[in-house]
Ligand binder design. Sequence first.
Ligand SMILES: Cc1ncc(COP(=O)(O)O)c(C=O)c1O
Length: 303
Amino acid sequence: MKKDLLHAIGNTPLAKIFEHNPGSIYAKLEYLNPGGSIKDRSALYMVEWAEHRGLLKPGMTIIDASSGNHGIALAMIGAIKGYNVIICSTEKHSKEKINTIKAYGAQVRTFAPTDSLEDPNSYHSQAVLLQKNTPNSYMPNQYCNPLNAEAHYHGIGKEIWQQTDGKITHLIAAAGTGGTVSGAGKFLKEMNPNIKVIGVDAANSYRSTKGNPKPYKLEGMGVDSESIVLDNSVIDEFIEVTDDQGIDMMKNLAHKHGFLVGPSSGAVAYAAYVYSKNLRPNDIAVILFGDSGRAYLSKGFYE
Ligand SMILES: Cc1ncc(COP(=O)(O)O)c(C=O)c1O
């Protein structure tokens, strides 16, 4: 029994996938978190840090920028803890994610997509502005807050180490803010420096294109700024995935394997599939499935 809903965040299961490899690949089912994504962990960590320091008090407003899942997590946490929540997002992101934020009673402001988060018109810049102009508000600022990675250092990194009895050899995870792969990767490398940490980025992102980004459909991932949350010192390599590669794999995961996951998970599974030729018989790779395909049904990805 859990003390409350927030205590039900984390401790997600690992399930084996792609059986025919020399090594083993396990998917960590982060879509089973109460808010439906990996972002429940980092959002709660950032909120509780601010509460403990008196920066966030009952009745205040939480404002942040999100591609959807961090916003959903904040909206759920706000409903439980009694905060107003305003999320800035873009028209690119799925209707389901925007409507889910609203269903928790939070507000959403959507902005036209921009190539970079540093653009003054980006949803991130607009959230910063809104927070400055809103009395009694607090911005966790997932794109610039080192606690984002720290949450995954203490959470998902430690869990994977324990669940695999320290036998994990590879971590393969999508990078958006970079918090997940940096935090979990740091913990795992401290436990065993031989563990390989592989980030998965959108092929058209700011980082992948060396500052010349183009639009892409993969949601919840893609390094779109000089991210200070991304710790390149723990990442051994990046695998860049195109929309078609990620979305084809997302369909394949549902049709052939029964994992109904979002596009970032499709991209991660594609990267793992490509990388799997490098695995040796005793290797154990863990990949992260960040959210559910149910949040993207209106996008027609499965058609
Ligand atoms: C579904 C999903 N997977 C992966 C990520 C990437 O996580 P991070 O921002 O920690 O790099 C996100 C980020 O929003 C996400 O929503």
